[in-house]
Design a binder for this molecule. Structure first.
Ligand code: ADP
Ligand code: MG
Length: 436
C-alpha cells in the first residue's frame, strides 16, 4: 500500500488529503498519479467508486501554479457531477492557494462570472456552458496545461463529441490530457487516440464490469406490480437508496407514490429547475432524504457513500448504464445491493445486459417463489410467423435498441433511440429539454 507522500504529493495538498481521512492511495491513484506527474497522457479505467476523482485531481493540483491563469480544465457530463468534482477538489486544495470555478448550465451566468473574475486556476465544467463562456470570452484556454474528461466514454460519445472537439481545439497542443471512466469500450479507446498523445493506459478491471461488492439480483414482474415490490424492498433498508426510472415522467410518479406512502424521497430529472435539482441532491447528500428517485442523470459518477441499495425500477435502455447505476452503491470498497425490476416487455433488453454480468446474479423469482407468466410473443404473433423473419424482429425489440457499446453497433445507428434528444440545446439547458 502506498502513502500519498510516497507519490511525491506536496505538503499543502497532503494536508487536504489527510483532512479527508484518506490514509493510503487506492490502486488507480497509485497507478495514475506518478505517470500524470511525468507529463504523459493517461487513460484510466477502474470500477465505480474506486477513487478516480482523486487520481486526476491530486495530479492536477500538484502541477498547477497559483495566479498563472486557468491551467486545469475538467469536463463532466452532468451538472451534479461537475459540482461534486469541484467540491472534492476544493477540499484537497484547502491548504493551497489554488481556486476552482464550477461552470454548468441552469445556473445564472452572474455567479459564474463573479467566480471567474476573482481569478481561478481550475475550471470544472459541463461542455455546453463552457462553450458559452468561451464564446463570450469569460473563459480563455490559452494557459491550459492539464485537461481531464471524466466519464470519458460519455464525453466522447455522439452527444458531446462535437462540443469536446470545439473546446479542445481552443486549448494549447502542449498539454497533459487524461480520460477516466469505469467503462472504456474499445471504440472509445480507439477514438481517444485522436485526442491523446501516446497515452499510458491503465485498464484496471476492464474485463470485469460486474460491480465489486454488489449483491445483484433481478425480479421479473408485471409493470403494475413494481410499486408494491419497491415498497417491500425499501422498507427494511436502514441506509439510503436510489431508484432509477427510465423516464422523467416515471421518476416524478414514483417519487409521488413514495411521498404518499410517507417515505422521505426526493427526485432528480432533467426537466426540473436547476434550483430543485440541487435541492434534491443536497437533501440526499446530507442524509435528510432517504431515497433518491432519478433518471440516468444521476447514474454516472455521483458519490453518496451511504447508498446501500440501488433499485432499477426500469431496465436501463443503454447497457453501460446498468453498471454505472449499480455503481452508485458499494463506494470505496463498501458493500451494497442492486435489484433490477424486469417488466415482461423488458425481458429482451435485460437478457442483453445479463450476458455481460460476470458475477453470480440472484434470481428473485426463484428465491421468492414468484411465478412469471410472460405472454409468449411467438404465439401472440402467430400470423407473422408464417412470414419467417418478421416475427423475430417483433420479438427482439431489445436487439434494435440504440446505445449498446461492444455489440458491434454502428455509432450512426443511434438516432432511433433516446439519444435523439442529445442536441446542442439540451446540453445548454436554458430551459431546453435535457437528455435525462
Ligand atoms: P470513482 O470516480 O472511481 O467512481 P470517486 O472518485 O467518486 O470514485 O471515489 C469514491 C469514494 O472513495 C469517494 O467517497 C472518495 O472520497 C473515496 N476515496 C477516494 N480515494 C480514497 C482513498 N485513497 N482513501 C479513502 N477513500 C477514498
Ligand atoms: Mg468518478
Amino acid at each position: 500500500m502506498t502513502k500519498f507522500q510516497d507519490l511525491g504529493i506536496k505538503e499543502d495538498i497532503l494536508r487536504g488529503i489527510t483532512d479527508q481521512g484518506f490514509e493510503e492511495a487506492f490502486p488507480i491513484q497509485e497507478a495514475v498519479i506518478p505517470v500524470l506527474l511525468t507529463g504523459r497522457d493517461v487513460v484510466g479505467q477502474a470500477h465505480t467508486g474506486s477513487g478516480k476523482t482523486a487520481a486526476f485531481a491530486l495530479a492536477m493540483l500538484q502541477e498547477i501554479q497559483p495566479k498563472n491563469g486557468i491551467q486545469g480544465l475538467i469536463m463532466a457530463p452532468t451538472r451534479e457531477l461537475a459540482i461534486q468534482i469541484s467540491d472534492e477538489i476544493k477540499k484537497f486544495a484547502k491548504h493551497t492557494k489554488l481556486k476552482v470555478a464550477t461552470v454548468y448550465g441552469g445556473q445564472g451566468m452572474g455567479v459564474q462570472l463573479d467566480a471567474l473574475h476573482r481569478g481561478v486556476e481550475i475550471v470544472v465544467a459541463t461542455p455546453g456552458r463552457l462553450i458559452d463562456h468561451l464564446k463570450r470570452g469569460s473563459i480563455e484556454l490559452r494557459d491550459i496545461s492539464h485537461i481531464v474528461l471524466d466519464e470519458a466514454d460519455t464525453m466522447l460519445d455522439m452527444g458531446f463529441i462535437d462540443d469536446i472537439s470545439f473546446i479542445l481545439d481552443l486549448a494549447p497542443e502542449d498539454r497533459v490530457m487524461s480520460l477516466f471512466s469505469a467503462t472504456m469500450p474499445t471504440e472509445i479507446l480507439r477514438l481517444s487516440e485522436e485526442y491523446l498523445k501516446n497515452p499510458k493506459q491503465f485498464l484496471l478491471d476492464a474485463d470485469d464490469l460486474s460491480g465489486e461488492g454488489i449483491d445483484q439480483s433481478y425480479l421479473v414482474i408485471k409493470d403494475r406490480d413494481k410499486f408494491k415490490y419497491l415498497i417491500d424492498f425499501i422498507k427494511p433498508i436502514k441506509g439510503q437508496s436510489i431508484v432509477f426510472c427510465s423516464t422523467k415522467y416515471r421518476t416524478r410518479d414514483v417519487a409521488k407514490f413514495l411521498h404518499q406512502e410517507k417515505y422521505n424521497a426526493v427526485a432528480i430529472e432533467g426537466d426540473m429547475s436547476q434550483h430543485r435539482r440541487e435541492q434534491s441532491m443536497g437533501k440526499f447528500r446530507s442524509g435528510k432524504a432517504d431515497i433518491l428517485v432519478a433518471t440516468d442523470v444521476a447514474s454516472r459518477g455521483i458519490d453518496v457513500p451511504r447508498v446501500e441499495l440501488v433499485i432499477n425500477y426500469d431496465v436501463p435502455n443503454v447497457e453501460m448504464a446498468y453498471f454505472h447505476r449499480i455503481g452508485r452503491t458499494a463506494r470505496a470498497g463498501a458493500k451494497g445491493r442492486a435489484i433490477t425490476f424486469v417488466s415482461y416487455s423488458s425481458v429482451g433488453d435485460w437478457n442483453l445486459i445479463k450476458r455481460q454480468i460476470k458475477v453470480p446474479l440472484r434470481d428473485l423469482n426463484q428465491e421468492m417463489g414468484i411465478e412469471i407468466s410472460i405472454p409468449d410473443p411467438l404465439k401472440r404473433q402467430m400470423p407473422s410467423r408464417r412470414y419467417g423473419g418478421q416475427s423475430r424482429s417483433n420479438y427482439s425489440r431489445g436487439g434494435g435498441r440504440s446505445g449498446g457499446y461492444g455489440r458491434g453497433r454502428d455509432r450512426d445507428d443511434r438516432g432511433g433511440g433516446r439519444k435523439r434528444y442529445r442536441d446542442r440545446d439540451s446540453k445548454n439547458s436554458y430551459g431546453g429539454r435535457s437528455r435525462w
